[in-house]
Ligand binder design. Structure first.
Ligand code: HEM
Length: 482
């Protein structure tokens, strides 16, 4: 308690106008709030506390690091979007470094290298640039659904391979050999364990005391570190196997020139020929392509799983979607991504939006970091704070979303059209200069996969021997993504 008080005094000295810190619960000596914040579903705890203190901004201390949690869209927009220059860095993610992530945009602090990687990814996935991938998305969706029809019990692995094929092709542009493909498939099937079971990113003991990452497990006794060391091979395989194949095909002159790495390898080779040091090294190109692959496949796949769960728990939504599709498109052909432009099919887009609101994949997002001291709404936000946005609290804001637990795509329809006129929630894709660059691609993939499923297969719970439906038991993990 005394140390915590001392830290408040420290902030007071650095806080010329003596603004108070945002409200926070009592903390402990040395640990700060580390042992106060639950490791499972901290987003729910933050939401409750936000209500208790009647403040959408909360303050915590994780060991020595100040932590700010933004619980409303308004606060996240005011800070992360409008003050983007101050809130676009990232804390250090030591555990992810242990796993061997390469030069990955998602975890890069604000720097010239970040700007280069961000510009590269942002321009690759604009609304207009992703049109070129529509044929790949449609083909992959139809192939996945055919596989589901042929082996329905493996439906989830077919959806996973749908999601991974798209981003693997876009990033690396290669068909892998049988052996390489088997290794990548194995890594993708286990990747969720790495992404979902690591706890809130940047918040573990190891993230707060990086030197511990170098010590033996028997000394540190950290499950998170053990997990990062044991499962790091998954991340490394996802980086290295497809990139090695791209380079091999590039050397042989057979690499497709419409994939992400092709122009970059071309530029690198050109600069090397001229003995020039270019902007991007080989590890940069490898890291950027792997970022697309890894950030893209698990998120898209998990969104599809949540969509299936929503259909199982809200069957009228599934039936309404099929009825609309049959009325608007008919049954003589399969839907295509150009149908998305038809305003009569807006309900299908709202299903995709509602999936992200109903179960935000990263309930606390990927944390940002403040670069300078700031003041918001009369509260002091210290420099160097880890800033989480609580997408889960935003999705459950009852002033904005009526019956938030209900999966209800109609909520976004205008009131005049029989809807509730509620706004689509942007938070599941983040804020400001770190907002997800893959959002449009992901939504298009989810749309085509679900719409193709809706018109071709029935989705319902298994029926037990007693004639009753067996409801699936669903549990979400607490990590970078679910
Ligand atoms: C439904 C699927 C997806 C969801 C819910 C999602 C969500 C997110 C979130 C919450 C962030 C952090 C934003 C922030 O810090 O403010 C993020 C960042 C990112 N996403 Fe996505 N994402 C999805 C799909 C994709 C896809 C398909 C790609 C690749 C094409 C992608 C690439 C990235 C990258 C590279 C970043 C890091 C951006 C940065 O740090 O500057 N994401 N995503």
């Amino acid at each position: 308690q005394r140390l915590f008080t001392a830290s408040r005094w420290y902030h007071k000295l650095h806080n010329p106008h003596s603004y108070p810190l945002p409200p926070s619960p009592p903390s402990q000596f040395f640990f700060g709030h580390t042992r106060v914040i639950p490791t499972r579903n901290p987003e729910k705890y933050y939401k409750k506390l936000s209500k208790k203190y009647n403040s959408d901004v909360l303050y915590f201390k994780q060991y020595r690091t100040p932590v700010i949690v933004l619980n409303s869209v308004k606060a996240a927009n005011e800070l992360l979007s409008k003050q983007g220059a101050n809130y676009s860095s990232r804390p250090r993610f030591v555990l992810f470094e242990v796993m061997g992530w390469g030069l990955t945009l998602t975890f890069m602090p604000w720097s010239p290298l970040f700007k280069t990687h961000r510009a590269l990814l942002q321009k690759s996935f604009t609304k207009s640039n992703i049109i070129q991938y529509q044929a790949l998305q449609e083909r992959s969706a139809r192939r996945a659904i055919l596989r589901i029809i042929n082996s329905p019990s493996d439906w989830s692995s077919h959806l996973r391979s749908f999601a991974s094929t798209i981003v693997q092709q876009i990033a690396f542009g290669v068909e892998l050999s049988h052996d390489e493909d088997a290794r990548v498939q194995r890594a993708t099937s286990l990747a969720n364990r790495v992404l979902a079971e690591g706890g809130s990113p940047g918040s573990t003991l190891i993230d707060n005391f990086p030197f511990l990452a170098k010590l033996p497990i028997w000394l540190v006794r950290s499950k998170a570190l053990e997990h990062a060391r044991n499962l790091g091979w998954i991340i490394r395989d996802l980086h290295d196997i497809p990139f090695a194949a791209s380079r091999r095909e590039f050397e042989a002159g057979t690499l497709r020139d419409d994939c992400f790495v092709s122009p970059l390898l071309e530029q690198f080779a050109e600069e090397k020929k001229q003995d020039k040091e270019g902007e991007l090294s080989i590890p940069d190109i490898n890291g950027a392509a792997a970022t697309i692959f890894i950030a893209g496949f698990d998120t898209t796949y998990t969104t599809l799983l949540v969509g299936i769960l929503a259909f199982l728990s809200h069957p009228p939504v599934f039936h309404k979607a099929r009825e609309i599709l049959e009325r608007v498109i008919g049954t003589a052909r399969l839907p295509s991504l150009s149908d998305r432009e038809n305003p009569e099919l807006r309900y299908l887009d709202y299903i995709v939006d509602e999936i992200s609101r109903w179960r935000p994949l990263s309930p606390l997002g990927v944390p940002h970091k403040s670069v300078e001291d700031d003041v918001y709404d009369g509260m002091f936000i210290p420099k160097g704070a880890t800033v989480y946005f609580n997408a889960w609290a935003m999705s459950r804001d009852e002033a904005t979303y009526r019956e938030p637990e209900r999966f209800c795509p109609e909520r976004y329809l205008e009131k005049g059209e029989g809807g509730w006129g509620e706004p689509v929630l942007q938070a599941p894709f983040g804020f400001g200069r770190r907002v997800c660059p893959g959002k449009y691609l992901a939504q298009a993939s989810v749309w085509i996969a679900l719409v193709t499923l809706i018109v071709t297969v029935d989705i319902s719970n298994l029926v037990g021997g007693d004639g009753e439906e067996i409801k699936p038991e669903v549990e979400f993990s607490s990590g970078l993504s679910r």
